[in-house]
Design a protein around this ligand. Structure first.
Ligand SMILES: *[C@@H]1O[C@H](CO)[C@@H](O)[C@H](O)[C@H]1NC(C)=O
Ligand SMILES: *[C@@H]1O[C@H](CO)[C@@H](O)[C@H](O)[C@H]1NC(C)=O
Ligand SMILES: *[C@@H]1O[C@H](CO)[C@@H](O)[C@H](O)[C@H]1NC(C)=O
Length: 279
């Protein structure tokens, strides 16, 4: 029933136009700058950053979800609605970030969705108070039944976020776990003219933590937090002459890190011209 309410509120949002909208913020750990929204009641922060506009357009983005660690699960809809949207579900399990893409044909339990490639960035963490997932999502701007900005990445996208504040998922160890309906939801409007960041290519491997001057406190996150479904981005090496490890960045626009891959790996332009990766 709340799913129906979600739809009704989405429609009301378009009519009222008085709703909340994005503003810029930078994550102090990664240095990645997002356009997003912090909901003071649900205590959640949602952010997006996209590559510069190109023709043809890139099919990826980086998104961030920060939520209280006490919540059973939280979710995000890149299409602003439940049905026929690219959805994400997130919860902590044993100190790890459990994040996965989902999709639903209607107002039913969303099932895991094949298609997107999700890579958790190194600043993703679970601590005593919060879960934070920062993730690169490739093949994520078009999905079955819809697309980001309705196909125009310089337009507008309504973003929906939900939370089950008390009820955990049925099996938190399983990224594909069934789950109970959320009890909280809200929306913000994302102005897509503001989300294209020329520094995107430097964000892909985790942001400034990997390249620019390191903060004095060596805040190296003990990154044990990677979802089973994704390959953890590795290597935070920034020394010139360094060798990149598997799945690490080895080239692309603005890249100043290592360009040589470890033995047995090849540097492949996976998202030219922005990003090359050791595979
Ligand atoms: C991209 O995602 C769609 C589903 O949205 C899927 O059908 C397609 O196979 C994916 N493409 C690649 C190259 O993974
Ligand atoms: C826990 O994580 C949140 C979100 O990343 C952060 O704002 C907060 O400072 C962290 N708390 C501690 C004690 O590290
Ligand atoms: C891109 O990065 C440079 C160097 O870190 C910074 O000066 C600039 O403000 C950044 N641009 C944006 C749009 O964030």
């Amino acid at each position: 029933m709340a799913f129906k309410t979600l739809l009704a509120v989405a429609i009301a949002y378009f009519i009222s136009a008085s709703a909340q909208s994005n503003s810029p913020y930078c994550d102090s750990t990664s240095g990645i700058c997002y356009q997003g929204y912090t909901d003071p009641e649900m205590e959640m922060t949602i952010g997006f950053v996209l590559p510069p506009l190109t023709d043809p357009p890139s099919n990826e983005f980086i998104a961030q979800i920060v939520a209280p660690a006490s919540y059973g699960w939280t979710g995000l809809s890149a299409g602003g609605q439940m049905a026929e949207s690219l959805l994400f579900t997130l919860w902590p399990y044993n100190g790890e970030v459990m994040l996965g893409p989902r999709w639903a044909s209607g107002y039913v339990l969303p099932e895991p969705y094949a298609g997107p490639t999700i890579t958790l960035l190194p600043d993703s963490t679970v601590n005593s108070t919060h879960i934070k997932a920062s993730f690169r999502c490739q093949n994520c701007t078009v999905w079955e039944g819809g697309s980001f900005g309705s196909g125009d990445l310089n337009s507008f996208q309504l973003i929906a976020y939900v939370a089950s504040t008390t009820v955990p998922v049925d099996d938190p160890s399983d990224i594909a776990s069934s789950l109970e309906e959320h009890n909280e939801f809200d929306f913000f409007g994302l102005d897509l003219t503001t989300v294209h960041d020329p520094n995107y290519s430097s964000y892909i491997n985790g942001g400034s933590a990997t390249s620019t001057a390191a903060p004095s406190s060596s805040s190296a996150p003990s990154s044990s937090s990677s979802a089973p479904s994704s390959a953890p981005p590795s290597s935070t090496s920034s020394a010139s002459g360094a060798v990149q490890t598997q799945w690490g960045q080895c080239g692309g626009t603005g890249w100043t890190g290592p360009t040589v891959c470890a033995s047995g790996l090849t540097c492949i332009a996976v998202s030219p011209p922005y990003y090359s990766q050791c595979q």
